[in-house]
Write a protein that binds this ligand. Structure first.
Ligand SMILES: [Zn+2]
Length: 505
């Protein structure tokens, strides 16, 4: 039997709730305190980012990261650890992408018919991930298609064989990021229809920051070559074109593309004391892009999941249900690891008692999105009550897209995605600058406490927080939360409607 030697509650709970403190409240307080104590969190993350580095499935670094996960879970005290493989249809790696722009200008700005000079300049560019290679081409006209709307394309005229420059806005908010993802598919449609040679998306970050982006949703190779160009270079080309100068591109994108690859999710458990077959998942993705070292996206939260296990285990309190701590792979290529896990485990998802996901760097958590589920709000409010000390208090019923809860949500399982403030996440998003030095460890430790407390709370409830929804009920939550258009924009609606994704009945 464990004796609680320190009364932590004084600063956390009001006097009236102290009077009503249950053993579960006591355990939660204890787990929170243990999460905030010094741990191997920093060392684990330093090893993952500085020693292993960026982690794209199919690379040795990803395999090293999987081994890192197994070792770190074991060291944290997991009851068991294993990996579960899945397949990604293609491997992809960037070669030495090169782009030069050349413009022509008149030596004399006043004299008509004067000599013309060619002025080449290097454009800093990286390939869009899972986009096809482009053999070197020279002197290809660049055409500005503005924001890439249908009317912009009409104005641009004949785009066949040309490189298209697409404008963007500087990324500042979650809405901007969402808009960036939503904008690409129709631009690609129009570019393919007009037989363009390639697309050059202007970077959404300033100061020459380049980042990896993908528009391919399931690990398939995209329809035409695409690059992200440094914002400063893109704006220069746009100004030249607007002033009437012709601009041509020399472009080479020697991406290496191969056949199917295997990657793995890492799964560790704390076994439940009373209902071990029922389970809660606390997850974060382990893979990352490779221009930086994937510290904010999402190494910090992979380390969080491991440290949450440590804190719960260290409390000596076993939750009633099992908690599965999962590091997903293939998230960046289209949520592929969590999608495979949800699909392969769909027969046991009636026993899933909640899925908690962190995927937004180390910004302060404001609350959780519960995936359209009004039915879980009442109990969820109770579960996050101990987290009001960290200002975690908002519950939103938004059905989010874009992280690893998604396929569980489409299987009808209650999901909880941490809503976090942007902090420094977006300026470093998928970028060369996403490195260990950007991590706010004081905040990350609070996030560990919150993740551990919520996961433990869900696993320890007398009744599951909510049932697994039927297919009809899931579709109703999509309509009630006005999510259908969003799903259509990302091509998910068709997969749902034709039964290739989400609950069968
Ligand atoms: Zn992420």
């Amino acid at each position: 039997m464990r004796t609680v030697k320190t009364l932590f509650f004084g600063c956390i709970l009001s006097f009236s709730s102290l009077a009503a403190t249950s053993p579960a409240d006591t355990a939660t307080s204890q787990i929170i305190q243990l999460a905030l104590q010094p741990s191997s969190l920093e060392m684990n993350l330093r090893r993952l980012t500085d020693e292993i580095g960026g982690r794209v499935p199919g690379t040795p670094a990803m395999q090293h990261a999987i081994d890192w996960g197994v070792q770190a879970f074991t060291a944290a005290g997991a009851d068991n650890v294993h990996t579960e493989g899945f397949t990604i249809p293609f491997s992809w790696a960037e070669g030495n992408t090169e782009m030069t722009a050349t413009t022509a200008y008149q030596v004399s700005a006043t004299k008509v018919g004067g000599a013309t000079v060619l002025s080449p300049f290097r454009v800093r560019a990286v390939s869009v991930a899972w986009a096809p290679a482009l053999a070197p081409v020279k002197h290809v006209p660049i055409v500005d298609v503005g924001d890439g709307t249908e009317s912009d394309f009409k104005k641009a005229g004949d785009i066949a064989g040309k490189v298209l420059l697409v404008h963007s806005v500087v990324l500042r908010t979650w809405d901007d990021l969402f808009a960036e993802y939503a904008k690409a598919p129709p631009v690609i449609d129009l570019a393919v229809k007009g037989k363009a040679k390639a697309i050059a998306f202007m970077a959404t970050r300033e100061h020459d920051i380049l980042y990896r982006h993908t528009n391919s949703g399931a690990g398939e190779i995209d329809r035409l070559p695409m690059v992200i160009v440094a914002r400063e270079d893109g704006e220069r080309i746009a100004r030249l074109l607007a002033a009437g100068n012709l601009v041509w591109a020399d472009l080479s994108i020697p991406n290496q593309i191969g056949g199917p690859i295997k990657s793995s999710n890492v799964v560790a458990e704390i076994t439940g004391s009373e209902l071990p077959d029922e389970f809660v998942i606390l997850g974060a993705h382990l893979d990352s892009w490779e221009l930086g070292t994937g510290a904010l996206d999402n190494g910090c939260n992979a380390a969080l999941v491991i440290d949450a296990l440590r804190a719960i285990k260290a409390s000596g309190v076993r939750p009633r249900r099992t908690i599965r701590f999962i590091l997903f792979s293939g998230e960046e290529e289209g949520l592929l690891g969590s999608r495979a896990y949800a699909f392969n485990h769909r027969r046991e998802l009636d026993k899933a008692a909640g899925v908690v996901i962190y995927d937004s760097g180390t910004g302060k958590t404001t609350g959780f999105s519960v995936g359209g589920r009004n039915d879980v709000l009442f109990t969820a409010k109770d579960l996050i009550e101990p987290l009001t000390q960290f200002d975690v208090k908002d519950l939103s019923t938004t059905m989010e897209w874009g992280t690893d809860h998604f396929d569980f949500m489409l299987e009808g399982v209650p999901t909880f995605v941490a809503d976090q403030v942007e902090a420094n996440y977006l300026e470093n998003y998928h970028a060369v600058s996403d490195t260990y030095d950007k991590v706010d460890f004081a905040q990350l430790k609070k996030n560990v406490a919150e993740a551990a407390a919520l996961s433990f709370g869900l696993a320890n409830l007398l009744q599951k927080i909510g049932p697994r929804l039927t297919r009809d009920q899931i579709e109703q939550t999509m309509r009630d939360s006005n999510s259908v258009d969003m799903f259509k924009a990302f091509g998910i609606w068709d997969e749902w409607a034709n039964g290739t994704r989400g609950r069968e009945k």
